[in-house]
Design a protein around this ligand. Structure first.
Ligand SMILES: Nc1nc2c(ncn2[C@@H]2O[C@H](COP(=O)(O)OP(=O)(O)OP(=O)(O)O)[C@@H](O)[C@H]2O)c(=O)[nH]1
Ligand SMILES: [Mg+2]
Length: 719
């Protein structure tokens, strides 16, 4: 394979709604580029881009797939991303390493929630974007209607550069607006026939042409001047304007295609080759120190590893982007992220599962290697003298969780190894071994996402596992002040034990004043703040511990033991055994025995006094509340709202956004357990949502009652 220079390739992510035909289009591109002799088909499980068994099992993309097409002297690196929201990690990574996006739509359906989500992601990463109106062979595909919809939704930057002569089964020809020519395909993979535009389409073509020239002129001062002086631009100038406009996100060109029969695909490749930004045409990425790293082939080598996959017969394949310099087989590099050495023994350009050996890859290019010792997704390998690290890929928060365990307890370790390997392949899985909940929890993007994980573990690793409802990390706190004493006393033959603690508890809140005086049962307790210690609890919230002992009733050396006793009870709250938080404890009095007092006695006295006071202080259970944001088509708003009400949600806002309604709500985690599934069935898969931890709030009285009863029953079972 030819060694491509930095200005001879382009990196693009193929994104869009699930089922919009991205993988089929990718196959058509591979076929056009001559990389495959027979075009793959999703339904026949013969695609290059969906090649994992699980993708064949379900018939949709699970992983992003990197492939390239050598096209008229240029190498196009393309990343076919899964469209389902459950596998959004693939698109997040792809959009970060690519320099532009192809946003594919099924023209039959127009804008779908996945179109919106892909657009938002491309927007977030400031990526240039080309809309591909695909599947134009459908009976119900209406190009003009969808074009209008795109303009309404995404604004006047949406600019057709092609339009179809006919849609439906007769979709064979398109008009190229810039060239003012008609392109007709007789058979897939053959050269199109190029002719003049038929008379009946001339007006439409010219109207689009005029708009395109004007849009092209807007992206460059010199072009603008020329346009004002002469009223027009020549084709070369217009193309330059489109290229600049695309790179600067001033134009979102719209092209036509049918991945299934190949119509328009070679012309799409031409369009990408002519207009898509190269790696040097977009802002250079920044390393972790905020320094721009330009894709300079003459600089020292730096490779950023963005993806790992484990493939049959080969093992780990690691994919990287050359951030600067060149990489050759045999290069020795330093893994700056893990302080280890690596040798690049083999270098590949990939097309799905096909690997093509290459001698060298240059700055900006995408490649793969195998047999590395210790490289994880997110690591950077550098040549001597460089210490770049990159962490520009940020994955969305998980929104679906399940407790997981092996059917056979003895397989626990094996299961954990597999889970960690799967996380390396898909960083949107989060694995948590929760000491608090006494469960292993896998977090993911949705039910499908976790079902995929289960399928892979059971079918590929042959390890049966079970999913269960994860426990909720409740918290306990108090809502008023209370006082208690406890005397721990034991006399059994030899040395005895004695410790007595008097303390007050009260709810803690940020910025509360120092305590001064309390009144309980008509008696006043004056506080002397001798020492205040504030602890940020590992599980959130605070414990504040105040020493207000006067007259030496308890020796200062016993205070740490009292604190330890209290902390032990905070870790296992008095109500339900959940972590307690946000309490201020004031130890104001107690008693010692000259011989029998020791640390253990004060620990127990502290623990029990705290427990009693806590229970007197109107204790309450807190539950985690999440900020949930839902994007829903207007016609399903009522159903979605109704469902949310059944989930104890508090609606925070509603807003129309680009043809959808955006709903914000605060919802208890407990009620979100099956939300991704419900939302999907309520809206026919047309909605999407995100969730993020917001705060802990008191549970309603009936829920608290129920939790207390459950805990009691559990404790009795144990006895
Ligand atoms: N008629 C027609 N069907 C198509 C076309 N492209 C794809 N399909 C069909 O649509 C379905 C989905 O196609 P895929 O290529 O898997 O779509 P995708 O966008 O990769 O889907 P995800 O990977 O799940 O996001 C398959 O059954 C394809 O055969 C097209 O241009 N015309
Ligand atoms: Mg796909």
């Amino acid at each position: 394979m030819k060694i491509y220079q930095t200005n001879e390739f382009k990196n693009l992510a193929i994104v869009g709604n699930a089922g919009s035909g991205k993988t089929t289009l990718a196959e058509a591109m591979l076929f056009e580029g001559g990389l495959v002799k027979r075009k793959g088909n999703i339904n026949a499980h013969s695609t290059v881009c969906d090649y994992f068994p699980i993708e064949h099992e379900y018939g949709y993309s699970v992983y992003s797939t990197i492939f390239h097409v050598e096209w008229k002297g240029i190498k196009l690196n393309l990343i076919d991303c899964p469209g389902s929201d459950d596998f959004v990690g693939g698109a997040v990574t792809a959009l970060n390493v690519a320099d532009a996006a192809l946003l594919v739509l099924n023209t039959q359906h127009g804008i779908e929630v996945g179109t919106q989500n892909s657009f938002r992601l491309a927007d977030k990463y400031h990526k240039p974007l080309i809309f591909v109106l695909n599947q134009l062979d459908h009976e119900k595909a209406e190009f003009d209607r969808v074009l209008e919809q795109l303009k309404e939704t995404f604004g006047s930057k949406v600019m057709p550069v092609q339009f179809p002569v006919e849609t439906g089964p007769d979709f064979k020809a398109i008009v190229d607006v810039l060239e003012q020519k008609l392109y007709t395909w007789k058979a897939e993979g053959t050269e199109p026939q190029v002719e003049d535009i038929p008379a009946n389409l001339k007006d439409k073509a010219e109207a689009y042409y005029a708009a395109l020239i004007e849009a092209a002129a807007e992206n460059d001062e010199a072009l603008m001047e020329k346009f004002f002086d002469e009223g027009s631009l020549n084709n070369e100038e217009t193309l330059k304007g489109i290229k600049l406009g695309l790179a600067a996100r001033g134009i979102f060109p719209v092209v036509c295609a049918c991945g299934a029969n190949g119509t328009g695909v070679s012309h799409l490749l031409d369009f990408i080759k002519d207009t898509a930004p190269g790696v040097s045409d977009v802002p250079a990425p920044k390393n972790n120190e905020g320094k721009e790293v330009a894709p300079d082939a003459n600089a020292p080598c730096s490779l950023y590893f963005f993806k790992t996959s484990v493939e049959p017969h080969i093992g780990e394949v690691c994919y990287f982007k050359v951030m600067s310099g060149k990489v050759k087989e045999g290069d020795d590099l330093h893994n700056t992220s893990r302080s280890s050495k690596e040798r690049i023994s083999q270098l590949f350009c990939v097309a799905g599962s096909n690997r093509i050996k290459v001698e060298e890859l240059q700055a900006g290019d995408l490649g793969a290697t195998v047999k590395l010792k210790d490289v994880r997704t997110g690591n950077t390998l550098n040549a001597k003298g460089l210490d770049h690290k990159f962490d520009f890929i940020k994955f969305p928060d998980p929104k679906y969780r399940r407790a997981v365990k092996p059917v056979n307890e003895a397989d626990m370790e094996k299961m954990m190894t597999i889970l960690h390997r799967m996380r390396a392949e898909d960083p949107t899985y989060v694995i948590e071994q929760s000491k608090e909940l006494r469960q292993t929890i896998v977090h993911g993007q949705g039910e499908f996402h976790l079902r995929t994980l289960k399928w892979a573990i059971e079918n590929l690793d042959k390890l049966p596992i079970v999913f269960a409802e994860p426990r909720i990390p409740y918290r306990e706190t108090i809502t008023k002040s209370a006082r208690a004493d406890y005397r721990h006393k034991k006399q059994s033959g030899g040395a005895g034990q004695f410790g007595e603690v008097h303390l007050i508890v009260e709810p803690y809140y940020d910025g509360m004043p120092a305590p001064d005086m309390f009144k309980f049962g008509g008696q006043e307790y004056k506080i002397t703040n001798r020492d205040t210690q504030e602890y940020d609890l590992e599980w959130g919230g605070k414990l504040v511990f105040i020493n207000s002992i006067v007259g030496g009733s308890i020796d200062a050396r016993f205070l740490p033991a009292i604190l330890k006793g209290i902390m032990g009870r905070m870790e296992q709250g008095p109500l339900t055994g959940s972590y307690a938080r946000d309490v201020r404890v004031i130890v104001y009095d107690g008693k010692m025995h000259p011989v029998d007092s020791n640390e253990i006695s004060f620990m127990l006295a502290g623990r029990n006094a705290f427990s009693t006071a806590f229970k007197e202080a109107s204790p309450k259970i807190l539950e985690p509340i999440y900020d949930v944001e839902i994007l829903v088509p207007g016609d399903r708003m009522g159903d979605v709202m109704g469902d949310l009400q059944g989930r104890r949600a508090v609606i925070m806002g509603m807003q129309s956004e680009k043809g959808f309604e955006k709903l914000s709500a605060k919802v208890p985690l407990k009620e979100m357990s099956n939300y991704s599934t419900s939302l999907s069935s309520l809206t026919g898969g047309r909605a999407s949502f995100t969730m993020r931890f917001a705060s802990y709030e008191l549970v309603p009285a009936d829920v608290q009652e129920k939790l207390l009863k459950e805990y009691e029953a559990q404790q009795q079972e144990k006895e």
